[in-house]
Design a binder for this molecule. Structure first.
Ligand SMILES: Nc1ncnc2c1ncn2[C@@H]1O[C@H](COP(=O)(O)OP(=O)(O)O)[C@@H](O)[C@H]1O
Ligand SMILES: [Mg+2]
Length: 353
């Protein structure tokens, strides 16, 4: 289910409440992939609701691309099932394929063609009728902010622009379900943000369910309605980013400054639920450690209002998805990435990202 675009939100990326009763676009049921004795995907189940942006988050080698390849009919499933738009990918691969657009991990646009030619070739490949082709291509190039580059040779584009071209190209046949495998890996931070904004734009204009893989925590947090954390082929956690963060005990810091707090204020802050320590830092400033930042903040504000103590400033540092990853896997994702390979896309100075 798609919510109405709201001009006050982050490009349509507001995170709707997960509705288990909504129809599923993707259903993965006890899916397994074995390569000989090695289990790359180990009994993974989840479903993605229509209109959701669903993230698969995990280090290199976790099994993200293997999952995508199975869901998109590119490799056979060892056991278990995947249904795309209600079609079993093993039994009705062609029906499933008609529902989807896929952006693989590696860049695949043809460097010797222009931007528009790359789009046109795909439109023809997918039998987009000639009279609709131009309209669809114009609309998509507009959405990914490449309209003025339509006649540029693809080899002159920056990595970020090339990625945006490939995303536009992947939508030229109006798929309902869009799979993107690490669309921002190797991009500089500015280009990464451009890709997020563009995905938000696209979601405002098209009825789409998006499944995206990434190993960037901030990206998953900002983009995804729900996130599945995968590690060593297994699904270790699945929920909305905020719920995942709330599921990790401890480590929220609230910094609050009050006007003329009473003498026993420090002790009273200590009585709030899940507070583990309170430090008075002078000038009415208190630093409160809690296991539940949002609950403690609510209680703290209520207590201040009831006691007639004005709150001058308040900041809460939330648990990040990095903390969530450590909690569920026992490791830092960052450490894993340092060991891993990363493909680097060509960056051409002088061009916009
Ligand atoms: N064709 C293959 N043959 C053997 N092992 C493979 C093959 N493809 C992937 N793997 C292994 O499966 C695991 C998961 O890989 P992959 O799905 O690419 O992970 P991710 O996309 O999360 O980085 C890795 O250990 C990888 O080496
Ligand atoms: Mg991969």
């Amino acid at each position: 289910m798609m919510s109405e675009p709201n001009p006050h939100t982050n490009h349509g990326l507001e995170k709707p409440v997960y509705d288990p009763a909504a129809p599923s676009a993707i259903e993965v049921d006890h899916i397994v992939k074995k390569y000989g004795d090695f289990t790359a995907v180990d009994d993974v189940s989840f479903s993605v609701k229509e209109g959701e942006i669903f993230g698969l988050l995990g280090p290199n080698g976790a099994g993200k691309s293997t999952l995508i390849r199975m869901m998109t009919t590119l490799i056979p499933i060892t056991s278990g099932k995947a249904r795309i738009g209600g079609h079993d990918v093993a039994k009705e691969p062609n029906a499933a394929r008609r529902m989807i657009g896929v952006i693989p991990q590696a860049l695949t646009s043809d460097l010797d063609l222009t931007v528009e030619e790359n789009m046109n070739i795909y439109a023809k490949l997918y039998d987009v009728p000639a009279k609709e082709r131009k309209k669809s291509i114009d609309e998509l190039l507009e959405l990914v902010d490449l309209i003025k580059w339509r006649d540029a040779a693809t080899k002159t584009l920056s990595g970020g622009m090339r990625r945006r071209l490939e995303i536009a190209r992947g939508l030229v046949h109006h798929p309902h379900i869009f799979f993107l495998d690490e669309p921002t890996t190797g991009l500089d931070p500015v280009s990464r943000v451009a890709v997020w904004e563009m995905l938000g734009n696209i979601k405002e204009h098209r009825q789409l369910t998006i499944l995206i893989t990434t190993h960037y925590m901030d990206e998953a947090d900002r983009l995804c309605d729900r996130i599945a954390i995968v590690d060593h082929g297994k699904l270790v956690a699945l929920d909305a980013p905020a719920a995942l963060k709330a599921s990790v005990p401890g480590s929220n810091v609230i910094e609050a400054q009050f006007e003329n707090p009473p003498a026993n204020w420090e002790q009273r802050l200590h009585t709030l639920d899940e507070v583990t320590s309170v430090q008075h830092e002078g000038a009415g400033m208190y630093r409160v450690l809690t296991g539940n930042g949002s609950r403690t903040t609510t209680q703290l504000v209520e207590m201040a209002v009831q006691s007639g103590v004005p709150v001058k400033s308040l900041s809460v540092q939330n648990t990040t998805l990095d903390d969530v990853f450590v909690h569920y896997t026992g490791r830092q994702l960052r450490d894993e990435l340092q060991k891993a390979y990363a493909f680097v896309m060509p960056q051409r100075p002088g061009l916009q990202p």
